[in-house]
Design a protein around this ligand. Structure first.
Ligand SMILES: Nc1ncnc2c1ncn2[C@@H]1O[C@H](COP(=O)(O)OP(=O)(O)OP(=O)(O)O)[C@@H](O)[C@H]1O
Length: 260
């Protein structure tokens, strides 16, 4: 698969490189001979039906699951944010963020990260008193403070209301612009994928069914990506007015081309 941003110019090695990557659970092949690169600073959205293997892929990249002996490059500086914030309820917010950080600067680093996510006023709060959005902001701060080269987001905003979700999109994009980690976000939300990502990838039965780079500026995507939205919904098997599932997938970037 090509990851060239500027054809003809030598590219730095990708931060994530998977080649012929497979994962079985018993007799079931969950990830099937995947090739996937993620470039430094690239924001990739991973879509797919329930059971298509998204979380299995993310967990492997997070080091929480093993790869079945294939060529894999994954940076060691990585952090994960899950759908639920997974904070320790007996530790104050700043201590949740500082957890595991070495040395005397831990508190200052945690405070700086919490300031970046807009939670300076909640440093000493108990996790159970946080709103859902605040809890996810804390989880983002906890990831950020580790200065990850790769951020893995597993449906991080799925449990939030629509307005909070939009605010979180803005926050994540601001953090990403400021720190430029590579990001892989798993989402079921086509509009979220389009709003955030440089590239969208659809997984189906453990294989990449569809992928496309989004070149439009993020601020101007609403109008310009309507067609991509239709094709993504098509790849996900959601009926559209303009054609069948198969036609719509064929209308996306051909996979053979993507594999070049
Ligand atoms: N530890 C495990 N043991 C056995 N089977 C597993 C295990 N983890 C995942 N699976 C199976 O692998 C398949 C893919 O699961 P995975 O969680 O990766 O899908 P997903 O695309 O993330 O789904 P969802 O959108 O519902 O979270 C499922 O059929 C699941 O039952």
């Amino acid at each position: 698969m090509s990851v060239a941003y500027f054809p003809g110019i030598a590219q730095p090695a990708p931060v994530v490189r998977l080649r012929g990557f497979s994962r079985r659970f018993g007799p079931n092949l969950i990830l099937d001979d995947l090739d996937l690169d993620i470039a430094a600073g690239e924001f990739v959205a991973l879509l797919g039906h329930s059971g298509s293997g998204k979380t299995t892929l993310l967990r492997t990249l997070a080091g929480l699951d093993r790869a079945d002996g294939q060529a894999v490059t994954i940076p060691s500086a990585r952090a994960v944010v899950f759908q639920d914030a997974r904070l320790l309820p007996w530790k104050r917010v700043w201590k949740n963020v500082a957890l595991g950080l070495p040395g005397r600067t831990a508190r200052a680093r945690a405070e700086a990260a919490l300031a970046e996510v807009g939670l300076s006023h909640r440093l000493d709060a108990w996790p159970l008193t946080l709103s859902g959005g605040e809890a996810q902001r804390t989880a983002l701060a906890r990831a950020l403070v580790r200065e990850p080269q790769l951020m893995l987001l597993d449906e991080p905003f799925a449990a939030l209301d629509a307005l909070t979700r939009l605010r979180m999109h803005e926050l994540v994009l601001n953090l990403w612009r400021a720190h430029r980690p590579s990001v892989l976000i798993v989402t079921h939300d086509v509009d979220e994928a389009i709003a955030l990502a440089d590239r969208v990838v659809v997984l189906d039965k453990g294989r990449i069914l569809f992928e496309e780079r989004i070149v439009a500026e993020r601020g101007s995507r609403t109008a310009s990506v309507r067609d991509l939205r239709r094709r993504l919904l098509g790849a996900l098997g959601v009926a559209t007015q303009s054609g069948s599932y198969a036609d719509t997938v064929a209308g996306g970037q051909p996979l053979a081309e993507a594999a070049e």
